[in-house]
Design a protein around this ligand. Structure first.
Ligand code: HAM
Length: 417
């Protein structure tokens, strides 16, 4: 038997239905906030991610799927969505001379060669939004609140938003020096990865998952002591706007994010037991320039759809997401079958979910199947009635049964489902 690749899964049944629910809700939310849909390629030239996400990040050093295409070009399956959207904004010159905020959302698969475990896959789906051309913390707050109310609208309550600021380059340089100074006598007490991070990317040590109870990491200097007045003000403004927007947040100075492009405000949506990040985002005012475009401020987030599915499965009884249909059409002989398929088509073209007996089942088996399919109504056809243009409808909940003209069924069902 050929099996699925390690770290992937088939999305079907209840999980498939939850996915479609998330997809619809995400689309509605993003469009209400005036975001437009964008789809960028699943593979891009490797250089995009090396320059965009950062050479020393875990994603680039350990997790990318790389290949050479037949033209000998170095390609990478996208590990995240932001770099591709930025490339597209630059390549399509979307930045122009404009005063509006350029807003895009996407839903798509990303690929990271991680150690698979529950909620951590090698093929993952993200719902992301990216807003360009506003440097105002108001936009940061709007983006955070979009994600916050989106998660809530899925029925997930036990999470909060952890916010932090990484400041500007000056704040980060000062902070990096202080952190290196503090950690210097303790280098040998750090995990192997963090010993490397000390040299390459010391801020990421704060985010170490392997060694998070190490007291040395609990007592590190905090970035808040090293912020420039501008960075401090942006962070305060963000908090004030989030208060107005009624977003439940807490400040967590250990949020440093795993990608290099961030500056100023960053955040993660974290489950209550803090075991899982449902998503994360932040401001990235220099990425467009880093990738060859003009100076264009930006902010966005990516939410892990696979993790949202797991959360929804934990809290939602199966009932509301159980599959159901509106009408099951029962038929036995050839004449009834013809009526059944044409009626089913009429119903379907009018937005009613209809199914017919396509397996030559007995009447008894059809009644049983209609129950299994959770059909709200049964439409029972018999040749004698059909000749008079009449059919029988049965309400599958109340078990009430009555006859009506075949021509009236579509309108009647539209009014009664
Ligand atoms: P990220 O924090 O790397 O950010 O990923 C965002 C979310 O994707 C994570 O919080 C998590 O829910 C989900 N995720 C990441 N890796 C996996 C995995 N292996 N399996 C399942 N879910 C996973 C970004 O990707 C940024 N591009 C977000 C962003 C957009 N920042 C600004 N704009």
């Amino acid at each position: 038997m050929i099996t699925k690749p390690k770290g992937t899964y088939d999305l079907l049944d209840i999980e498939g239905r939850i996915y479609k629910f998330i997809e619809q809700t995400a689309t509605n939310f993003a469009e209400n906030y005036n975001y437009e849909f964008i789809r960028t390629p699943i593979f891009e030239s490797s250089e995009l991610f090396h320059r965009g996400v950062g050479e020393t990040t875990d994603i680039i050093t350990k997790e990318t799927y790389n290949f050479k295409d037949r033209g000998d070009r170095e390609m990478t399956l996208r590990p995240e969505g932001t770099a591709g959207v930025v490339r597209s904004v630059i390549e399509n010159k979307l930045y122009g001379n404009r005063h509006d905020v350029l807003k895009y959302y996407y839903l798509g698969t990303m690929y990271r060669y991680e150690r698979p475990q529950k909620g951590r896959y090698r093929e993952l789906t993200q719902f992301g939004v990216e807003a360009f051309n506003s440097d105002d913390p108001l936009t940061d707050a709007e983006v955070i609140s979009l994600g916050y109310y989106f998660i809530k609208s899925l029925g997930i309550e036990k999470f909060s938003v952890h916010i932090n600021t990484l400041g500007d380059a000056e704040s980060r340089d000062n902070y990096r020096d202080a952190l290196l100074e503090y950690l210097k006598p303790h280098i040998n007490d750090l995990c192997e990865d963090c010993q490397k991070r000390y040299k390459t990317n010391p801020l990421r040590i704060l985010d170490c998952k392997a060694d998070k109870d190490n007291p040395i990491l609990k007592n590190t200097p905090k970035i808040s002591g090293y912020l420039t007045p501008d960075s401090k003000k942006r962070f305060q403004k963000l908090q004030s706007y989030l208060n107005y927007l009624d977003v439940d947040y807490e400040i967590n100075e250990n949020i440093v994010r795993g990608l290099d492009y961030y500056d100023h405000n960053v955040w993660e949506y974290v489950t209550e037991d803090e075991a899982v990040a449902l998503g994360g985002g932040g401001r990235y005012n220099h990425l467009v320039e880093t990738l060859g475009g003009p100076a264009l401020p930006a902010v966005g987030f990516g939410l892990g759809v696979d993790r949202l599915i797991l959360e929804i499965k934990k809290i939602t009884p199966e009932q509301p997401l159980e599959k159901c249909i509106d009408a099951y059409i029962m038929c036995i002989n050839e004449e009834e079958k013809i009526h059944a398929i044409t009626l089913a088509q009429d119903l379907r073209l009018n937005g009613i979910i209809a199914e017919v007996n396509s397996n030559n089942l007995s009447l008894k088996a059809q009644f049983k199947l209609a129950d299994t399919l959770n059909s709200s109504f049964l439409i029972i056809l018999n040749s004698e009635d059909l000749q008079k243009g009449i059919i029988t409808i049965k309400d599958n909940q109340t078990k009430e049964e009555f006859k009506m003209d075949e021509d009236e069924v579509v309108d009647w069902l539209i009014g009664n489902i």
